[in-house]
Design a protein around this ligand. Structure first.
Ligand SMILES: Cc1cc2nc3c(=O)[nH]c(=O)nc-3n(C[C@H](O)[C@H](O)[C@H](O)COP(=O)(O)OP(=O)(O)OC[C@H]3O[C@@H](n4cnc5c(N)ncnc54)[C@H](O)[C@@H]3O)c2cc1C
Length: 406
């Protein structure tokens, strides 16, 4: 049989090692961090990162050449799902968004010189970065509408525009900035280019950290006025911004899914734990059918989510087209996470609504999963489009349902 759902022993050992690292290093360190105090936050993360080096768990997603562990996407699913069971787990390993996606982007698109200036320090944890694409004035779901504009002036690009929800912008040492450079592109998708912008920079004004339903988490609004970027800081070619964004978003979306699996499993574990300990109306909650349905639905959804993530990761590793699978995984896992966390809150009652457990924070974080990095409806549109195309081409939708041997 060619289908084997077990991990090789060394990967299973690594998964368990990450779990132990999260339990014995990250969780205790998190408890000591005062998040309102920047010094305490930075010191806490640095302590965890030093330990990650000592445990041999630093930078799992990057090749050894950059100090990483060189794991593929299937192996990363195992690592990320464990790491994300604690909030700072991915940060401890230097595998957090948006830096992780930016590292992959730089690895595949940057020149050798750009890699030394930006990728290496990012991998070594000496810099943080951000990815600046979304704008308040136009729908982020449609990057052909981007209004931020770059105009060539001698050997520099002069950029003007407006961005928001730029994660990690405060404190980032550079941005990958997407701006319109082409007036009359062959296709609308070829209007934008990507730039590497050293930060802080004159012309890059951090207006505010946008307050969200889960507080302020460094998702910033940025005004860009007469920002000058040397020509050799273009990332990829002219008009390749969209291509680069898509290439970045595929694996980056799946990396989000891997972390969401960790969150969903934590919520389900908590749901079952609470249900087996809370007593009402003559029996434990776990003995009541209404609660069992919530546990059953969540268990089935988490199982489906894991299969979809593993299969998408397998396709990326195999060099196969992964766009439909990642779209389906992104949509499904984001929605499953929201439902599972919500049910866990329901089973916990008032305790679930309080901030005494991580569930309330998980719920507000989970909400953005349904529209960031591709809204539900946009993924559904693409998934339907590919099913219709497959049927038109092959007389069967099979290719659009993961191209599985069934
Ligand atoms: C926590 C967080 C972090 C983020 N980090 C970053 C970042 O680091 N860098 C960055 O550039 N951006 C970032 N974003 C922005 C994010 O990528 C956008 O929110 C996303 O692309 C959607 O764009 P929008 O918000 O403008 O919504 P819109 O594009 O205005 O869409 C709004 C809604 O319209 C509907 N819709 C859109 N298109 C269609 C369609 N074709 N068919 C049917 N319905 C449709 C969907 O329901 C969608 O939710 C972040 C957002 C959040 C919340």
């Amino acid at each position: 049989m060619a289908i084997d759902f077990s991990f090789p022993p060394e990967l299973e050992a690594l998964r368990l090692r990450v779990r132990e690292f999260i339990d014995t290093v990250v969780r205790p360190a998190e408890e000591e961090i005062d998040e309102k105090n920047r010094d305490s936050l930075v010191a806490g993360v640095l302590r965890m990162r030093k330990a990650a080096h000592e445990w041999g768990l630093w930078l799992p997603q990057m090749p050894a050449e950059y100090g990483g562990m060189g794991l593929g996407h299937v192996a990363m699913a195992a690592v990320s799902a464990e790491a994300a069971k604690a909030r700072f787990g991915p940060f401890a390993l230097n595998a957090q968004a948006p830096d992780e996606g930016n590292m992959h982007t730089l690895l595949h698109w940057a020149t050798d010189e750009q890699k030394e200036i930006y990728l290496r320090p990012l991998c070594e944890g000496r810099m943080r970065s951000c990815f600046a694409m979304t704008e308040p004035e136009v729908a982020g779901s449609d990057p052909t509408l981007i209004q931020t504009r770059a105009v060539l002036d001698g050997d520099e690009w002069v950029i003007n525009g407006h961005k928001w929800f730029i994660s990690g912008a405060r404190g980032a040492r550079f941005a990958i900035l997407i701006a319109r450079t082409e007036d009359d592109p062959e296709i609308p998708q070829a209007a934008n280019s990507a730039f590497l912008v050293d930060l802080p920079a004159p012309g890059w004004e951090l207006v505010r950290d946008v307050e969200t339903m889960s507080g302020g988490h460094n998702h910033c609004e940025i005004r860009i006025r007469e920002l000058r970027v040397p020509v050799d800081r273009m990332l990829g070619g002219r008009g390749q911004g969209h291509l680069l964004g898509q290439a970045r978003l595929g694996p980056a979306r799946l990396a989000h899914c891997m972390r969401w699996l960790g969150q969903a499993e934590t919520a389900l574990d908590m749901m079952v734990d609470r249900a087996t300990k809370r007593f009402a109306h003559g029996s434990y909650l776990s003995e009541k059918q209404g609660i069992q349905w919530m546990i059953a639905d969540s268990t089935m959804e988490l199982y489906q989510a894991k299969l979809m993530v593993l299969h998408s990761a397998y396709r990326i590793d195999a060099g196969a087209d992964f766009r439909t699978e990642v779209s389906m995984a992104k949509h499904f896992v984001a929605n499953a996470l929201n439902r599972i966390v919500d049910r866990a809150i329901q089973v916990h009652g008032a305790l679930g609504y309080s901030t005494d457990t991580p569930l309330a924070q998980m719920a507000t974080q989970a909400r953005w999963a349904r529209f960031a990095d591709g809204a539900d409806e946009v993924h559904q549109w693409r998934i339907a489009q590919r099913a219709i195309e497959a049927y038109g081409r092959d007389g069967s939708t099979r290719a659009a349902t993961g191209n599985l041997p069934l």
